[in-house]
Design a protein around this ligand. Sequence first.
Ligand code: LLP
Length: 431
Amino acid sequence: MHHFRYVRGKLYCEGVSVESLIKKHGSPLYVYSQKTLTEHFSKLDQALAPLDHMICYAMKANSNLAVMRTLANLGSGFDVVSEGELRRVIAAGGNPKKCVFAGVGKTEQEIEFALRKGIYSFNVESEPELIRINKVAARLKKIAPVAVRVNPNVDAGTHAKITTGTYENKFGIQFEQVEDVYARASKLKNIWLRGIQMHIGSQLTDVKPFESAVKKILPLVQKLTAKYKFEFFSIGGGLGIVYKPALASGSAEWWKTTDAKDILTPSLYAERLVPQLKALGLKILIEPGRFIAGNAGILVTRVEYVKQTGKKNFVIVDAAMNDLIRPAFYDSYHEIVPLNQKNGATVSSDVVGPICESGDTFCKDRPLPRVGEGDYLALLSAGAYGFVMASNYNSRGTVAEVLVNGNKAAVVRARQPVQEIWKTEKIPAWL
Ligand code: LLP
């Protein structure tokens, strides 16, 4: 579900034509739909209504301040993974008391900052980390709320680089060790065993791995809750989205298929998990990132050249892997549609960026409408893990971001001037 669609042959984001944004703000450009963000949050919130729950948006997916403010206004908490992210929550007007802090490598400084801001819980990923949190809390004369992240050893069946819940991964504490870790943690004076957490992976389009993981971990949660009076259980994030609609690229009604039946909807997720979770009587936390932001954003890019090599039809665009790394990094699929709908025959095309690497490819041998220099394409479902993973590779400045709300649009990040890229670099005196 999202609010990007053709109106009289032109791509719109809500009530604004994307072409008008490009004319004003240039290319490449990330465009976000506030209504889509809001609806995703609300759908999930409603599906979980039978539970005492808190949504902690995994801001790593898209941490633009305007996106964050949109969600903070809806009452969202945040899943943070660094001091920088926690500072961003504060800058966006979010509440640190609704934040959980995950990640395997929290530094002392980060722990101290989070303790001073009074976060809801640390999601602890190892015993040495627990000991470190206790030490910092003792120094600050504070009690640190923690939850152990359980690695349930369930294969989520997603891309190897985004699977997190098996013993091959660096995350969490092995299921079999969790009870002993809690027993030892209960002896640490500045630790409050507030809850327990799990996260099995990202982009799960099937409810079964969630069901298996919850089923596996539930008896342990009950046992430990009885012992330590837990307040919450966090089931992590991972809800997948539709990247590849059932209808062909650019076909008149492609967006309608983003609600494809085989996708993990909040209602299906809730139908299978809520009864099990309700029985626990705990507050339930969920940490969705991609589900909220993924389909709420597109990356718009200009066609610079079309190059036919005999074997291939290369569509060379002005966006590159430094702007959206997902296809290069995970071989991931992003739907590509022209801003102006085209009805003629399709051409098998490779859409590539200007970066000097073969991996700088957004799609290969994909039937796309015939486009030429000066046309614009939109890479869909780029709202999560898009801009946030951008780099300055090839000394390319990061692109601008725009947020649309109905008929209004605002630049929520300016395009980075290239001089800024080397602003903090220095040439030593001997050169
Ligand atoms: N909670 C924890 C502990 C996580 O590690 C993650 C994501 C989430 C929640 C949010 O997961 P989501 O609901 O967004 O699936 N860059 C990759 C995805 C990396 C996910 C890392 N952890 C991609 O572009 O597919």
